[in-house]
Design a protein around this ligand. Structure first.
Ligand code: 13P
Ligand code: SF4
Length: 387
């Protein structure tokens, strides 16, 4: 498959924090009609129960724009034995109304590996669709928009990894799943934000070394270094969403909202982690909110996540700073409808690359299954060696 053309859209392109202003509701209203789909009494009957899940974020007057697409997607899934894997950053009408499995990137990879569906529609970004195809080569994997990239995945190539390996020949290469198949193929093992510290500790033991290469996210590498005694060699990739949060933002929010509980994703800079109350993968953040039910919380991560968790924790008050992932927002209901209807865009990975990439993912999946690991935000910062 062609490399991702990086999405020119950014969260500062005038859409503010509302993904529907960028892609959704009004385009969606036309989108359903343009596909010959209408809000009929039959569609209403099929979708009324689903509306309850998103009523806190989708105004009632907008629902007739979404419901025909949702009903048609759910009908097509049944007819074609397809599933939609929805990442936690999807907008709520996708996440709660057409997603069959929802979760963080590790949970979605496990679902891809175990599903008996014939078709997987990845409601997430391109590297997630590639991961599904690597794990389930016999299935058709569809990504609704080829532009759904990732700044971390775009930051490094297979050739870069080969050069790093030449420089540190005895260090194992642990690669974040937010990378291309080509980069995974050059790696020893993959990790996600749910298990990064555990994988790095495992790799150090397995290779009998105190130095591990952890690429491509500089901040994740620094945050993992603080959690482990392992020396980390890091790359200079950044998540364009999480790198924007600052410790000053947190201080301002705490001043404005006494008692606020601050949860951060480990792609955030170390000083943001240190100023937070808890940190972990998107699944870890969701679990924290549901289990602890804080009165007032802020999730320092992509903003659709708060909308999605709010449906599962209605008593919690969410403070919502705006940080959209423009790549995740390329995925829309109409895009999912077209993907299933026209069987596009099919993910194709050269077999020689897929097999090598799978070895790295399989090693991660073979490690003992544990709850998404929290990062201890009180740990002292640790230095990394940047290449
Ligand atoms: P999770 O694995 O925590 O879902 O993170 C994926 C991602 O892209 C975060 O920006
Ligand atoms: Fe990539 Fe960041 Fe978007 Fe996640 S939020 S997909 S890491 S750009």
């Amino acid at each position: 498959m062609a490399r991702i053309i990086d999405a020119p859209l950014t969260s500062n392109d005038g859409g503010g924090c509302d993904p529907r202003a960028l892609h959704g509701a009004w385009g969606g209203l036309n989108a359903a009609a343009a596909r010959g789909l209408a809000y009929t009494p039959e569609v209403k009957a099929k979708t009324d129960a689903l509306y309850e899940r998103v009523a806190h974020v989708v105004p009632a007057f907008e629902w007739p724009a979404y419901a025909p697409l949702i009903a048609a997607i759910n009908d097509m899934k049944r007819a074609k034995n397809a599933i939609v894997l929805a990442h936690n950053y999807m907008t709520s009408e996708i996440f709660h109304c057409v997603g069959d499995f929802r979760g963080d990137s590790l949970q979605l990879a496990r679902q891809a590996a175990s599903t008996d569906a014939d078709i997987i529609v990845q409601a997430g970004v391109h590297f997630m669709a590639e991961t599904s195809k690597i794990l389930a080569p016999e299935k058709t994997v569809l990504i609704p928009d080829l532009r759904a990239g990732c700044s971390l995945a775009a930051s490094i190539t297979g050739a870069d990894v080969r050069l790093i390996k030449q420089r540190y020949p005895s260090a194992p290469v642990v690669t974040y799943v937010n990378t291309s198949a080509e980069v995974k193929a050059e790696s020893d093992v993959t990790c996600t934000s749910s298990n990064a510290a555990a994988v790095v500790e495992w790799a150090a033991r397995e290779w009998n070394t105190d130095r591990v290469i952890l690429i491509p996210d500089e901040y994740l590498a620094k945050n993992v270094a603080a959690q482990t005694g392992v020396k980390i060699v890091a790359w200079h990739g950044r998540c364009e969403v999480h790198e924007r949060f600052t410790a000053d933002d947190i201080a301002e929010m705490r001043a404005a909202h006494p008692g606020l509980v601050v949860l951060a994703h480990p792609e955030c800079p170390p000083e943001v982690m240190a100023a937070a109350d808890f940190a972990g993968s998107t699944a870890a953040l969701q679990n924290y909110v549901i289990e602890k039910q804080p009165a007032k919380v802020v999730l320092l991560t992509e903003c659709s996540m708060s909308d999605n968790v709010a449906a599962m924790a209605p008593a919690v008050d969410f403070i919502r700073p705006c940080n959209l992932c423009p790549h995740m927002k390329r995925i829309t209901l109409e895009g999912i409808y077209d993907a299933l209807n026209e069987m596009k865009h099919q993910v194709v990975i050269p077999e020689v690359v897929r097999v090598r990439a799978k070895r790295a993912i399989d090693r991660m999946l073979a490690l003992p299954k544990e709850k998404p690991r929290a990062f201890d935000v009180r740990r002292a910062p640790a230095a990394v060696e940047l290449v």
